[in-house]
Design a protein around this ligand. Structure first.
Ligand code: GLA
Ligand code: ZN
Length: 680
């Protein structure tokens, strides 16, 4: 077994998914690919992602020579290979001979052969067949100098409810709960007389049967993530028998089916695929939303990562397929680098002739020549990435963090509570994020298990689930001088979705100096407002005067030591505290009782960042759409300034000595423009 080496690259990587197996009978196309790719400065491809049928046309008959030729030729031409294991789509012979590899849906129907990403991850046969082809690939290419990384499978997703998965779920539950009584207690099965007498009776959630036990639903999701993690680990261990290369899996945008924090423990470097619907919504929103997920991805392993896929022009699966306006390809690629990625890759290198992705954008289109707008913009990105070589390996350090925790989202969304017509946790999180971004602050996005010692400001919006130890961690963070921001619908349930008895938020009432007593759901068209708190035990802050709007959910706290900063303006709870601050130890704990508007979070985050001693490199707050992030290495700081607003922006240089690494600081920064400064 090899000891894995760190992922290393001396240049920023630029390339994409490449499927030469579709063109083996047209060698002139493969020649042309090399010419076009080298001409455009492409230095990496991801190879073999869906090539299983070509690599193993019959069971046990391997045909890897074509791949070797391709890898060699790419390598000779300065293009490195990220080599995929092909387990994302299986060959027909495998499905026909071993039907157990076919996934079973929640309504207990076994699927037919077709599509992709639809196999049972438990099936020993599937695991064995995958291991076999992976072993062949690893033996042949695992120490090839042109191969730099293993791309395990593709975009893991979904779940299987077959008998094998049911058995595996039951043994996972046995390990977790030891006795059926423990399980019954954790899942609260006395409700509606759903108690189990043995583990053998447990079935995965199904629309035909049990969906009402929230503890079951939560544990099933955990199990599916565990099963996926164990599948990844199994593939990783096979390639590691012959190869010391690091491994990645490509993750997806706002994907909440699988706990990515769990999957990240099995890989060496994070990569993800991003397809923002640019120019559908205001640019600043799309850019920030994408920026947030970049931060989620980087924070998983807290080191440089890979933008594994993005579209070089228009996708073919969005409702309306919009072209990328000139300059946007560059902006999107550099946004990844700005948030800490060392690689900007596309789906796909060459557009396929047939089947379901034939109209998906590609670096090389059906026309097949160099004189296309897309290819010339791709070449410009290559040039920009070359200029940015010094940032390779540099890190993103953040003093502020926001909670995004998969298990919390699962539990909260399933809980049937004060608002089943959308809890709006995502917009709330993004409002807080926006408040920090406009100060030009780097932001980490963390789960409940994260170590908080790097941060002076931590925001935990709608942390419904408090797993064991989380409240204590927040308390000691605050006691030691941290600034904590909490909101309504927090500290409600434990890790098995049992509600905490006693005052809420569980374990934080002293820290916050209050308990929350009731929560009111508002219809979409209803609003309340937040106004300056009046009377005793209030704290008036000049920059937080309001009035601000609030909607969706309004919690009603009872204060002990907290000071009210704002209170509700309307309804029967007018005058009751809605935003509070409590001094706790060396720090302060804030509580926001309602889903307030963006203006509120802009003002609040500015105030909290100052309280936490955080300042972005540009000093004060930035105009909407100007994004500033920073990377650092042992010697330098690199500031990325990007314009996702509607107009050009005259750059105000940050304090200190800087030289431009990319872009010209003396000219206004155009829309989609990027300026990168390096400290001198
Ligand atoms: C995903 C997949 C790719 C391709 C693209 C299309 O990200 O990983 O294989 O289907 O979507 O956008
Ligand atoms: Zn299964």
């Amino acid at each position: 077994m090899y000891k894995v080496r760190e992922f290393e690259t001396k240049q920023l990587l630029h390339g994409g998914d490449y499927n030469p197996e579709q063109w083996l009978s047209m060698p002139e196309i493969l020649d042309k690919d090399i010419e076009l790719l080298t001409g455009a400065g492409i230095n990496v491809v991801s190879l073999g992602i869906f090539a299983w049928a070509e690599l193993e046309p019959e069971e046990g008959v391997f045909n890897l020579d074509w791949m070797e030729k391709i890898i060699n030729r790419l390598w000779k031409n300065g293009i490195r290979t990220i080599l995929a294991t092909p387990s994302g789509a299986r060959p027909k012979w495998l499905a026909d001979k071993y039907p157990e590899v076919l996934r079973v849906s929640p309504d207990r129907r076994r699927m037919l052969f077709g599509a992709r990403h639809n196999h049972c991850l438990t099936s020993p046969v599937y695991r064995e067949k995958v291991a076999r082809i992976d072993r062949e690939l690893a033996k042949r290419f695992g120490s090839h100098p042109g191969v730099i990384l293993w791309h395990i499978s593709n975009e893991f997703s979904g779940e299987c409810h077959c008998p094998l998965c049911q058995d595996a779920f039951r043994s996972w539950l046995k390990d977790r709960y030891t006795t059926i009584d423990n399980l019954n207690a954790a899942w609260y099965t006395k409700f509606w007389s759903h108690s189990y007498q043995s583990f053998e009776q447990v079935e995965s959630p199904s629309p035909l049967g049990e969906i009402a036990l929230h503890g079951l639903n939560l544990d099933w999701k955990r199990f599916v993530s565990e099963q996926t993690a164990s599948f990844i680990a199994a593939e990783r261990e096979v390639v590691r028998e012959y190869s010391d290369l690091p491994v990645t899996v490509n993750l997806m945008y706002y994907f909440t089916q699988l706990n990515y924090a769990r999957l990240a423990r099995e890989i060496d470097i994070v990569s993800w695929d991003t397809y923002p619907a640019w120019n559908k919504w205001p640019l600043v929103e799309t850019a920030e939303d994408n920026g947030f997920w970049h931060d989620v991805m980087r924070s998983l392993l807290k080191k440089p990562y890979i933008q594994m896929e993005s579209c070089p022009s228009a996708t073919n699966w969005q409702g309306v397929s919009k072209l990328k306006k000139p300059g946007l390809l560059m902006a999107q690629g550099l946004q990844a680098i700005a948030h800490g990625a060392d690689a900007d890759l596309y789906f796909q290198i060459r557009q396929s002739r047939g089947s379901s992705e034939k109209f998906h954008g590609a670096v090389i289109d059906h026309y097949g020549g160099a004189d296309t707008r897309v290819l010339s913009e791709v070449s410009e990105v290559s040039e920009a990435l070359k200029k940015l070589t010094p940032v390779v390996g540099s890190r993103t350090k953040a003093g502020a963090a926001i909670l995004f925790d998969w298990e919390n989202i699962w539990a909260m969304e399933d809980a049937q509570g004060p608002r089943n017509d959308d809890l709006h946790w995502k917009d709330l999180t993004l409002k807080i994020y926006h408040g920090l971004c406009r100060l030009g602050l780097n932001v980490d996005v963390i789960g409940e298990d994260a170590d908080l010692s790097d941060y002076s400001l931590v925001a935990v919006p709608m942390a419904y689930q408090f797993r064991e130890g989380f409240a204590e961690k927040l308390a000691s963070f605050t006691a030691q001088g941290g600034i904590l921001l909490t909101t309504f619908w927090s500290g409600v349930a434990d890790g098995t979705d049992l509600c905490y008895l006693g005052p809420r938020p569980h374990g934080l009432v002293d820290v916050l100096g209050l308990r929350s007593e009731e929560i009111d759901g508002l219809y979409d068209w209803e609003e309340n407002e937040l106004v300056r708190a009046q009377g005793e035990d209030t704290l008036n802050i000049e920059s937080l005067r309001g009035p601000y709007t609030c909607k969706y959910l309004c919690e009603l706290p009872r204060l002990s030591t907290a000071k009210a900063v704002l209170s509700y303006g309307r309804d029967f709870y007018a005058g009751k505290a809605a935003v509070t601050r409590n001094t706790y130890g060396e720090g302060s704990a804030w509580y926001v009782a309602a889903h307030a508007g963006q203006e509120f979070f802009d003002d609040l985050m500015e105030y909290l960042a100052a309280e936490a001693g955080l300042q972005g490199p540009m000093g004060g707050s930035l105009p909407a759409g100007i994004q500033v992030t920073e990377r650092t290495d042992a010697e330098h700081r690199y500031i990325f300034i990007q314009n996702f607003s509607e107009t050009a922006w005259t750059v105000e240089m940050p304090a200190g000595e800087w030289k431009p690494l990319y872009g010209n600081p003396d000219e206004p920064l155009p829309v989609y423009g990027t300026l990168v400064l390096e400290s001198i």
